[in-house]
Design a protein around this ligand. Structure first.
Ligand code: ADP
Ligand code: ASP
Ligand code: MG
Length: 446
């Protein structure tokens, strides 16, 4: 069996879904299970509607909802009745407006409609194109904890449910389900975090012991740099699970960071492919990728992160200081990405600034804190970094005109991360890409 996940742009319209149907048809003998994202940017639209309703603009929210509904109605072309879902959404808008707030639980229930709509619509359009497609509500299979908006799957429960239903259905039919969404054991709808449909695909892949997990998207594969920052990067033909995980964690949006975990567990290859150019080989992600001649595999970046610097003379020769600092970040559930320390200071970066004021107030009781917004992390990733001397020197050489705020190498052996001002991000990536990919190994890149 094969898992094929189609992202937002790959199901953005009836025409795109027809293209996906042909891609699936060409692989019918491998018994595909199809996981779909919400159409186009529907999740963004739904979250904007919910926020609008919560801020008291009910009528404006309902107008926005009409646009989402009209778009789906037009693409569905009377093939499937989506009206009950639109009615449910309108009721939710009213309830959110009355409550005047959007709880994570309600946000999940609301945002899940994107995938619920697209899964129904894709099933109907697949059937129209002659495929024997059957729909399964993902919430009956993907069971999670109750950390709404960032729920984690409960694997034993989820795998039990998947193996009890999916293999049998997939023998004769194309199973279609929404990504991103799940439910708690008590039946509350949850979501796996933004971009989570990739994760659904790999959970499904592990659950059915798939031969391969395919992530169909709008680029040719993992590229050597983020194409929205620097176009013209090369396609990475093959990379390791560890490299892909590191790239995804440090901002390569083409893959949700958790995607490779279930695949590693069952050693299932993951392939990133372009639904507009299905003949391109894409990027194959496996446990051990063959070595290439180049020091790094790709450059990822995380935009708009915040640099927090903490200085205290009490840190001098003292123990327990770092624990005190990290306890505070932990209590406010704020993950720290990068850390550098000196005798009397520690600098770190965070992505989620929601609790930053409270965190600074607490740290301020025993140290001086300063905060700098508009920073970015640039992360060079490659298994070869640890085998190649002089990579750091080449990084500094390439960035000699840029003020590097922080650097870290070693923690994972396969990455070098640095912090630059967001204003310098483009030129930093351009210089690094020129330095490391001037003549890429044709066996590894195209
Ligand atoms: P989907 O809707 O198919 O899940 P996403 O928008 O989540 O697609 O991910 C694909 C996008 O990831 C690409 O269009 C590209 O802009 C972005 N991206 C960021 N970094 C990379 C990278 N290193 N390689 C490829 N794509 C990347
Ligand atoms: N639709 C969800 C999102 O936009 C999940 C996904 O597309 O992977 O975040
Ligand atoms: Mg995605």
């Amino acid at each position: 069996m094969l898992v094929m996940k189609f992202g937002g742009t790959s199901v953005e319209s009836a025409a795109a879904i027809d293209r996906a149907a042909e891609i699936v048809r060409a692989r019918l003998s491998r018994h595909p299970v199809v996981v779909v994202s919400a159409m186009g940017k529907t999740t963004n639209a739904l979250l904007a509607i919910a926020a609008m309703a919560a801020s008291g603009h009910r009528d404006r929210a309902l107008t926005m909802l009409c646009n989402v509904a009209d778009f789906h109605r037009r693409e569905a072309d009377t093939l499937v009745d989506l009206e009950p879902l639109f009615e449910e959404l309108a009721e939710q808008v009213n309830a959110i407006a009355i409550a005047g707030e959007l709880t994570p639980r309600v946000s999940d229930a609301f945002a899940s409609s994107g995938e619920r709509l697209s899964a129904l619509l894709v099933t109907a359009l697949f059937q129209r194109s002659g495929l024997d497609a059957v729909h399964i509500d993902a919430r009956t299979l993907i069971i999670t904890d109750d950390r709404h908006t960032q729920a984690a799957p409960l694997f034993p429960e989820t795998f039990d449910r998947i193996s009890a239903t999916v293999p049998e259905l997939a023998r004769d039919s194309v199973v279609v389900m929404g990504g991103f969404i799940g439910s708690t054991l008590s039946g509350d709808t949850t979501t796996l975090g933004r971009g989570g449909s990739d994760y659904t695909a790999s959970i499904m892949g592990a659950g059915i012991d798939a031969e391969e997990i395919q992530i169909w998207t709008d680029v040719d594969g993992m590229l050597t740099c983020d194409p929205t920052i620097l176009p013209g990067g090369y396609r990475v033909k093959i990379c390791s699970f560890a490299e892909a995980a590191e790239l995804a964690y440090f901002g390569a949006k083409v893959l949700h960071p958790a995607t490779v975990l279930p695949a590693i567990e069952k050693d299932i290859p993951v392939r990133i492919l372009n639904s507009r150019r299905p003949d391109v080989d894409g990027t194959l992600i496996v446990a051990d990728a063959p070595r290439c001649a180049d020091a790094i595999r790709s450059i990822a970046c995380k935009r708009e992160i915040t640099l927090v610097s903490i200085v205290s003379t009490r840190m001098l020769m003292a123990h327990g200081f770092l624990r005190r600092v990290f306890d505070i970040f932990d209590r406010f559930q704020t993950p720290v990405d990068m850390i550098a320390t000196s005798e009397v200071s520690v600098s770190l970066t965070i992505d989620d600034t929601r609790a930053l004021d409270a965190i600074c107030a607490e740290i301020g009781t025993f140290a001086e804190v300063s905060v700098e917004a508009d920073q970015s992390i640039v992360c060079l990733v490659g298994d070869n970094i640890r085998r190649t001397p002089g990579v750091a020197a080449r990084v500094f050489g390439a960035l000699k005109d840029i003020n590097v705020r922080m650097i870290s190498q070693g923690a994972s052996l396969l990455n070098i991360s640095l912090v630059v001002r967001s204003a310098d991000l483009h030129s930093a990536i351009e210089s690094l890409h020129r330095e490391f990919f001037e003549n890429p190994d044709p066996m590894a890149f195209e």
